[in-house]
Design a protein around this ligand. Structure first.
Ligand SMILES: Cc1cc2nc3c(=O)[nH]c(=O)nc-3n(C[C@H](O)[C@H](O)[C@H](O)COP(=O)(O)OP(=O)(O)OC[C@H]3O[C@@H](n4cnc5c(N)ncnc54)[C@H](O)[C@@H]3O)c2cc1C
Length: 478
């Protein structure tokens, strides 16, 4: 592979494509794109040994420029790592093999809105929060509300197969993404069909969703919009055990009720995290629900029926004002001064399983994590279930160690031991290793175990589409 740092000719060629002002030289690029939000990427950068070491960063503003950059990279065999908001927590956006970081935030236009079909063509670099604000002004909503909404882009959400807080009713990003415009790893611009459904062969759109930059660069997407709801109703219920809350959640999902928000916190998460957010003492498993819609009477009825289900499962209904406070303060704890900082070690294991396996996944994962952390490290382990499906749910274990070892190698060993124990326990108990944060560098070592012989299929797709291994080489375990 050529290194751009040593080759001003290539920097000049990139400047001809995007304009010299949009080419960021090595020094600046290595500062601006030193890490995404994976704990180890942050810790390594903090220790002066960043894992992301781009030779150059480029800021295209059109899909055509993206195609030309990819063609150039193919001719010169230079790795490219797309960069959205850099908010990923699995290490996917780090340019660990150097080359070009392709910052896509210059592709940030809403190209068109179809008010009849309620669809929208939006460019990949649009930041979720800005997109939502523009839509809300027109009485519309994208309904993809990740907690990282201030940073995450539409393209990054598609590439990492993200999910937002309203997913239980409105779906994950794969449901929002109707079609994509993308640049192939060899530099052709492709548009996938944009219709409600079709039987014109396999669906290329979904090949791009979750591909984390390895199979193509999304430059725009046609996404589903919804009417901004006229009514929101909250319901909060405490349960004697997590299992009774899971059973209530299961019955709600299989009955066809559709709460956009259904967050079930285990006793630790309720008493530590949720109680702090809603400023109310809580000491057992707690469910926060929100129902919304166009017709207030239907929304009220749906909420009432869901609360009935909860009572049948030994739930005790609490004040809905707790839910309203949670809604207003839901992002506060992801940002300073509350967000974790070094020398802490932190991260999440968000896995997904069907209802048959969900309780075993919870029990085995939490047991395995606790077993590998020496008591001197004062582990905080809180778990919630917040993205529900008709036949299962996501389980999200949040790990925090207030002060890890000073030495970076020792700290990484502890981090890796925790995540290996948690991920392997979850997979052995019947879960898939990730629900909505993606694979990145952190989960790449588990891809073969996750897919078995299917991994060879993925590798063959990668080789066929990207013969020169230009896009995010090594990522996704490919
Ligand atoms: C505080 C916090 C809260 C979070 N909450 C949530 C949450 O609620 N839900 C959730 O799903 N995630 C959440 N995340 C994780 C993160 O925000 C998501 O993974 C998000 O989808 C990443 O988007 P991004 O634009 O920042 O992508 P990046 O981190 O920049 O990139 C992610 C991956 O996508 C690739 N990529 C980026 N853009 C493109 C493109 N246009 N085409 C092809 N590949 C591309 C990158 O190369 C990389 O592999 C959270 C993160 C933080 C730090």
């Amino acid at each position: 592979m050529v290194t751009l740092e040593a080759d001003p000719r290539l920097i000049e060629s990139l400047g001809k494509i995007v304009g010299a002002a949009n080419v960021i030289p090595t020094g600046e690029a290595r500062t601006q794109y030193a890490n995404d939000q994976w704990w180890y990427a942050i810790a390594a950068a903090g220790a002066g040994q960043p894992i992301s070491r781009p030779d150059v960063a480029v800021r295209p503003t059109t899909a055509q420029q993206v195609a030309e950059i990819v063609q150039l990279a193919n001719r010169e065999r230079i790795p490219i790592t797309p960069w959205g908001g850099g908010s990923g927590v699995q290490g996917a956006a780090n340019a660990d093999r150097g080359g070009i970081v392709l910052d896509l935030r210059g592709l940030n236009r809403v190209r068109s809105i179809d008010h009849k079909s309620l669809t929208c063509v939006v460019e990949a670099g649009k930041v979720c929060k800005e997109f939502e604000a523009e839509l809300n002004e027109q009485g519309l909503s994208f309904t993809h509300y990740p907690a990282s909404t201030e940073w995450a882009t539409i393209g990054g959400s598609i590439a990492a197969r993200g999910s937002g807080v309203l997913s239980t009713k409105y779906g994950k990003i794969e449901e929002h993404t109707l079609s994509v415009e993308f640049v192939t790893p060899t530099g052709e611009l492709v548009q996938t069909p944009s219709v409600p459904r079709h039987a014109a062969g396999p669906e290329i759109t979904q090949l791009l969703v979750g591909s984390e930059g390895t199979l193509g660069i999304v430059t725009a997407a046609t996404v589903k919009l919804h009417l901004l709801p006229k009514k929101r109703v909250f319901g909060v219920v405490s349960f004697p055990t997590l299992a009774s809350g899971v059973e209530a959640g299961r019955r709600i999902m299989v009955s066809g009720l559709k709460p956009p928000v259904m967050r079930l916190y285990d006793a630790e998460a309720a008493s530590h995290s949720l109680a702090r957010a809603v400023e109310t003492p809580l000491d057992s498993a707690t469910l926060v629900m929100m129902f919304d819609g166009e017709y207030p009477d239907l929304v009220e009825l749906e909420a009432a029926r869901a609360l009935e289900v909860c009572r049948e499962c030994d739930g005790k209904v609490l004040s809905p004002s707790i839910g309203e406070t949670w809604w207003d303060r839901r992002y506060v704890f992801y940002y300073p001064p509350y967000a974790p900082e070094l020398p802490s070690i932190w991260g999440t294991i968000d896995v997904v399983a069907d209802f048959e396996h969900i309780e075993a996944v919870y029990a085995e994962t939490t047991k395995a994590i606790r077993a590998v952390v020496p008591s001197s490290f004062d582990l905080s382990l809180t778990t919630h279930l917040s993205h529900w499906y008709e036949w299962g749910s996501m389980i999200y274990a949040r790990v925090k160690i207030p002060k890890g070892p000073d030495d970076l190698v020792e700290a990484k060993e502890l981090h890796d031991a925790i995540f290996r124990a948690g991920v392997e326990a979850a997979m052995n108990a019947g879960a898939v290793m990730n629900d909505h944060h993606g694979v990145g560098m952190r989960l790449a070592p588990y891809m073969s175990a996750q897919y078995g012989t299917g991994m060879d299929t993925l590798k063959r797709i990668k080789r066929a589409l990207d013969p020169n291994n230009i896009l995010c080489p090594g990522k996704l375990g490919l």
